[in-house]
Design a protein around this ligand. Structure first.
Ligand code: GDP
Length: 206
């Protein structure tokens, strides 16, 4: 798709601060440093729309971006899965839980994982936790450029086994090479009904 505009709208820590507007919304989640900011920036063809983790600020809030004045992209604060059970009782958990429960316009969540790190019990319990909210989840393995093609295939198979999904359910992505960008947009587009922003293969990889 051709991204014509992508703007930061606001950061929120509670529901009253979420932006108004009846736009379909896609949320992005992942461990700190997994490459979430880079993935969103790649999708919208911007270098620094979402501040990468080296940049302080904006990190512990839910950040809303408006794409083509038609869709909200929501950057959820990064976390360590291991901290989730504790964090659920503290700040991160309730903030995310309230968002996932309360946001009617949320269509899908993109869960980003590092292809080099085999998903374990932490990931599966996190995914199960997400399923409890009944939100379609798109699974992405990023930083694929860091592995050879052969290793990417092997890791994807192993990750699929660990997560009990089909290999085809794991999108291979790289912010560096932009691999997987078209595939991820296709997956997102299914959740953007009557989208004003239609997939345009030429526009995608320009
Ligand atoms: P976030 O904390 O999840 O938002 O992660 P960032 O997007 O800030 O990325 C963390 C680090 O990984 C940065 O140094 C990025 O340059 C690097 N990185 C992110 N995505 C990729 C990728 O696809 N390939 C490579 N080689 N590095 C990446």
């Amino acid at each position: 798709m051709i991204v014509k505009s992508a703007e930061f709208v606001t950061g929120a820590v509670k529901a009253g601060q979420y932006p108004a507007g009846d736009f379909p919304e896609i949320a992005f989640a992942g461990r700190s440093n997994v490459g979430k900011s880079s993935l969103i920036n790649t999708l919208v063809n911007r270098k620094r729309l979402v501040k990468t983790s080296g940049t302080p600020g904006r990190t512990q809030q839910i950040n809303f971006f408006i794409i083509n004045e038609a869709v909200f992209f929501v950057d959820l604060p990064g976390y360590g899965y291991a901290r989730v059970p504790v964090a659920i009782r503290k700040n991160w958990g309730p903030m995310i839980e309230n968002y996932l429960k309360g946001r009617k316009t949320l269509k899908a969540l993109v869960l980003i994982m590092d292809i080099r790190r085999m998903p374990g019990a932490e990931e599966t319990s996190f995914i199960a936790w997400l399923h409890g909210f009944d939100i379609p989840t798109i699974l992405v393995l990023t930083k694929t450029d860091k592995l050879s093609k052969t290793k990417q295939i092997r890791q994807r198979q192993e990750a699929a086994k660990a997560l009990a999904v089909d290999t085809g359910d794991l999108i291979l992505f790289s912010a560096k090479s932009r691999k997987g960008k078209a595939e991820l947009w296709r997956a997102l587009d299914q959740f953007i009904p009557e989208s004003r922003i239609k997939i345009d293969e030429k526009g995608l990889d320009r």
